[in-house]
Ligand binder design. Sequence first.
Ligand code: COA
Length: 194
Amino acid sequence: MQNTNSIMDMCFILEKKYNMETKRLYIRYFQENDWKDLLEYLSCKEIYIYEPGDIIDEDKAKEVCKRRAANTDVYAIVLKENNKLIGHISFNQTEPLFANTWEVGFIFNPKYQNCGFCTEALKEIIERAFVEDKVHRIIGHCNPENAASWKVMEKAGMEREGRLRKNIFFKQDSNGKPLWIDTYEYGILNKYET
Ligand SMILES: CC(C)(COP(=O)(O)OP(=O)(O)OC[C@H]1O[C@@H](n2cnc3c(N)ncnc32)[C@H](O)[C@@H]1OP(=O)(O)O)[C@@H](O)C(=O)NCCC(=O)NCCS
């Protein structure tokens, strides 16, 4: 049996503190003054069709930006040509830590969707995580009906690993009964690992 100490020694806790760049995008951490751009898209109803949550107001946008600016779990995706925040990609380590696995999630401003921006940013985040941070595995989840989401993951090299049946709900019916939905699970392994 593997002893607990050796497993604990294998915990991969990253202090992610670097910015990235692609052809069209800056990928950086949040700043408190990002709130206006964040509000622009998190106040759009269509963002929440497959996501939990509801539209936010100015105070909430400021609060979210303040929290994100103090952490490194969400990347701000910024358009180089006008320095505008157009979306975000969360990148969080999953439990157990010794599995060295990270989960991605993403939301982009509808005005800037379907231009390949999320895919461009996600590819870079995955590459840097594998090359520089020696992450073992990256996963993502989405509603099977959310084609934009699973297409992004596939374009970034992730593979569909399964369909979880009615494993989650974000809404309830008028009687309080959960409206269960299925989930696709996607994953990609570090190809540089030997
Ligand atoms: C998912 C999301 C982040 C993708 O961002 P994006 O920058 O538009 O992504 P990309 O442009 O890189 O790629 C989107 C792909 O989905 C396709 N797509 C978009 N809407 C689609 C739809 N309704 N049906 C089928 N395909 C669709 C696009 O055509 C494109 O594929 P293509 O390059 O093969 O043409 C964005 O749609 C979004 O913010 N959605 C709302 C929040 C959300 O659901 N997040 C995911 C939660 S799991």
